[in-house]
Design a protein around this ligand. Structure first.
Ligand code: S3P
Length: 443
């Protein structure tokens, strides 16, 4: 079913809101709890299509999971050796995280598995996990690099010392999950910092994981202890409202409560601050293994910058909405070293550039990023930037939500096509956006 957004220009957002639970942590909470001895209770779970794909996959592997409410889940762990073969291929939907992490987990099982997904996922690269898993001794096959992923199982895995060619948390996590079953320690070295939710969660379940800079070493455990997890709000979902607040908050500021502030995720705050954003971090606290805070976002005049490439992995999912902020800044923004954006749920550089072309935003696409012209330096940055028009999200949730944020600087209605996949990460986005002042209709 295709769905569209019709977003009318709005100029002000105000109030206090909370975004749904973190997607990365929700996926991991299901997989790690499933391997523990005992029952784990997860609150703040993200009941989005992506995480429900993982939930259904874990059930298909023999794990009893009770959903007391959409966001409250009980996982009755089966222990490290307790998973059972699924009777059918596991359908991971749109979720790259689910497929890559599950590949690591299933590579180490006694039984065979097959992983499939939707049209977008079936085109995404899987050799990045399959290749190092083979080095560990696993039998993992892709279809010329993409899904279906076929895993033979029944192999004894060996710990390896793997230098990842890309800073991918999904690859790192897949290897750590496989490493739980290896006959020696597994070491993964990243070329740059990537999100560390797996390391934090496995440690709190009792696994010995040592981190030394960009090097992570996991020692295979005897068992995992069940643990209750409170999932914080997803920083990547908050990102749309952070940029909305910068473009349109009323004088009191827009408040976003209970946001996960893991430093491997918050590169966007650093980038936007360099662009002149005023984002207050309030009530910084710890929620289990993860840092959390409330944010107060003030309307800010932004200026373009060259985004330091080392910040790219720390903001990897936030680039579509950063592109919107950059279009509204005074002066040029240059994004480079971001070729990974081309292999996300869509080619995010191409999808954003096509939207910019439709909405009159000057830009120049580059193989590893984009140059966004921004407004003339010294000009008023509070006026309209985007013409009205029609943009195609290419079925990519983050492209759809980013162009909705553009309505705060639009001259006329923006129609966003193919937005059903917003439900993969952010159920309730349009209602929440309406609640703070967006004029957004979903059809
Ligand atoms: C994720 C890691 C990132 C991110 C994705 C979620 C995760 O991908 O883009 O949305 O939960 O580990 P890569 O690790 O491939 O960069």
């Amino acid at each position: 079913m295709t769905r569209d957004y019709r977003v009318l220009p709005a100029s002000r957002v105000s109030g206090t809101l909370r975004v749904p639970g973190d997607k990365s942590i929700s996926h991991r909470s299901l997989m790690v709890s499933a391997l523990a001895d005992g029952t784990s209770e997860v609150t703040g779970f993200l009941a989005s299509e992506d995480c429900l794909a993982t939930l259904n996959a874990m059930r298909a592997l023999g794990v009893a999971i009770e959903q007391r409410s959409a966001t409250h889940v009980l996982i009755h762990g089966v222990g490290l050796q307790g998973l059972e073969a699924a009777s059918q291929p596991l359908d991971m939907g749109n979720a790259g995280t689910a497929m890559r992490l599950a590949t690591g987990l299933l590579a180490a099982q006694r039984f065979a598995s097959q992983l499939v997904g939707d049209a977008s996922l079936m085109k995404r690269p899987m050799e990045r996990v399959a290749k190092p898993l083979r080095e560990m001794g696993a039998l993992v096959f892709t279809n010329g690099g993409t899904p279906p992923v076929r895993i033979h199982g029944g192999r004894r895995l060996h710990g390896i010392d793997y230098a990842m060619p890309i800073a991918s948390a999904q690859v790192k996590s897949a290897l750590l999950f496989a490493g739980l079953y290896a006959d020696s320690a597994t070491t993964v070295v990243s070329p740059a910092v990537s999100r560390d939710h797996s390391e934090r969660m496995l440690t709190s379940f009792g696994v010995r994981v040592e981190t030394d800079g960009l090097r992570v070493r996991l020692h295979p455990p005897q068992d995992l202890r069940a643990l209750d997890i409170e999932v914080p709000g997803d920083f990547s979902s908050a990102a749309f409202f952070i940029v909305a607040g910068l473009l349109g908050a009323d004088p009191a500021g827009l408040i976003i409560e209970n946001v996960g502030m893991n430093p491997s995720r918050t590169g966007l705050v650093e980038i936007l601050t360099r662009m002149g954003a005023r984002i207050e971090i309030l009530n910084a606290r710890q929620s289990g293994a993860e840092p959390v805070a409330d944010l107060r976002v003030h309307r800010s005049a932004l200026r373009g910058i060259a985004v330091p490439p080392e910040l790219v992995p720390l903001a990897i999912d936030e680039f579509p909405v950063l592109f919107i902020a950059a279009a509204c800044a005074a002066g040029e923004t240059l994004i480079s070293g971001a070729e990974e954006l081309r292999v996300k749920e869509s080619d995010r550089i191409a999808a954003m550039a096509a939207g910019f072309a439709a909405l009159g935003v000057a830009h120049e696409v580059q193989p590893d990023g984009i140059r966004i012209a921004g407004l003339p330096i010294g000009s008023d940055t509070s006026g309209p930037v985007f013409t009205g028009g029609e943009v195609d999200s290419h079925g990519d949730h983050r492209i759809a939500m980013s162009f909705a944020v553009a309505s705060l600087r639009a001259k006329a209605t923006i129609r966003i096509l193919d937005v059903a996949n917003v439900a993969t990460s952010f159920p309730g986005f349009s209602a929440l956006a309406r609640g703070i002042g967006f004029d957004i209709q979903e059809r």
